[in-house]
Ligand binder design. Structure first.
Ligand code: C2E
Ligand code: CA
Ligand code: CA
Ligand code: CA
Length: 279
């Protein structure tokens, strides 16, 4: 029996080291991808529900892999968070977002809010606000159009540091939104602790908002809570006219989802903006 247990443990160790090796290989490959320009930013519109007009967009990362094709963030972000590669990746995202925002502003699209995701892991970086400051200072953009999306997990590691970063960045004119609201460690206390101007209701609530009473109550409550605090509300994952009608009825401010467009490359997003203008 003893021998058998030994074999089991050895087998377990072998399996572990295979997993560790795979993780290290992915990390090396991702590091090279960042260096070799294989990352892309795609753009998804945010639409004002009352005015039926594009008011902003979210930047979403993709990995254009030479052999595996387009890889979605859920396949590499968690590993990038574990390895810390999310920090340099995150700076690349801010740089690319600013380059494309500058182009849009030059073309006259100067009212659009450009929303960039920030991972909780980026707040482990002691130079976060000064690095972001350097990037946006050099970018020749109106910083008032820049918004960072964060989740409540950004408060878990070092709450005081996160608050300090957000305060410093707010002074530069950028704003913040609370992403995936209603999931995870949601606590209304965080809304007061953070300089948040927008709440994004998680798509899991929108999915069932037209047939599940509990989700309807949650969505309505989030909207009225936010409005009582003068906070803008975006619903994510809006896929049907029925969902949009429900959100309009309950005065949700903005909607984002496949009903309007999925996330697309910059040139396709420009085309979308042109078409929406004349529609
Ligand atoms: P997220 O921030 O919650 O982004 C919204 C996700 O919902 C995106 O997935 C988007 O493509 C998807 N989505 C949009 N509309 C619909 C819809 O109508 N229906 C459904 N089912 N899904 C919709 P994506 O692009 O795969 O990104 C997944 C996650 O990866 C993001 O979730 C975000 O947490 C993370 N992520 C993406 N880009 C970045 C980035 O540049 N930096 C960081 N730190 N995280 C990123
Ligand atoms: Ca987001
Ligand atoms: Ca989200
Ligand atoms: Ca999410």
């Amino acid at each position: 029996a003893k021998r058998q247990q030994g074999n089991t443990i050895e087998f377990f160790h072998q399996k572990m080291s295979v997993a560790v090796e795979r993780e290290l290989a992915l990390e090396a490959e991702f590091r090279a991808a960042l260096r070799n320009g294989q990352l892309r930013l795609f753009y998804q519109p945010r639409v004002s529900i009352m005015h039926s007009q594009v008011v902003g967009y979210e930047c979403l990362i993709r990995w254009q892999h030479p052999t595996r094709g387009l890889i979605m963030p859920e396949e590499f972000i968690p590993a990038a968070e574990r390895s810390g590669m999310i920090v340099p990746m995150g700076y690349w995202v801010v740089e690319q977002a600013c380059r494309d925002l500058a182009k849009l502003q030059t073309l006259g699209y100067d009212d659009l809010v450009c929303a960039v995701n920030l991972s909780f892991r980026q707040f482990y970086d002691k130079k976060l606000s000064e690095t972001v400051f350097r990037i946006i200072y050099n970018a020749n953009i109106n910083t008032g159009n820049l918004e960072f999306e964060l989740t409540e997990s950004a408060m878990m590691y070092d709450q005081a540091y996160t608050q300090k970063c957000l305060k410093q960045l707010t002074q530069l004119g950028v704003s913040f939104s609370l992403d995936d609201f209603g999931t995870g460690y949601s606590s209304f206390a965080n809304i007061q602790k953070l300089p948040i101007s927008t709440i994004k209701i998680d798509k899991s609530f929108i999915e069932f908002a037209t047939n599940n009473i509990d989700d309807q109550v949650i969505v309505k409550s989030i909207i009225s809570l936010a409005h009582n605090l003068q906070i803008n509300v975006v619903a994510e994952g809006v896929e049907t006219e029925e969902q949009l009608a429900f959100l309009r009825l309950h005065h949700c401010d903005e909607a984002q989802g496949y009903l309007f467009s999925k996330a697309v490359p910059f040139d396709d997003f420009l085309t979308y903006l042109e078409i929406s203008k004349t529609a």
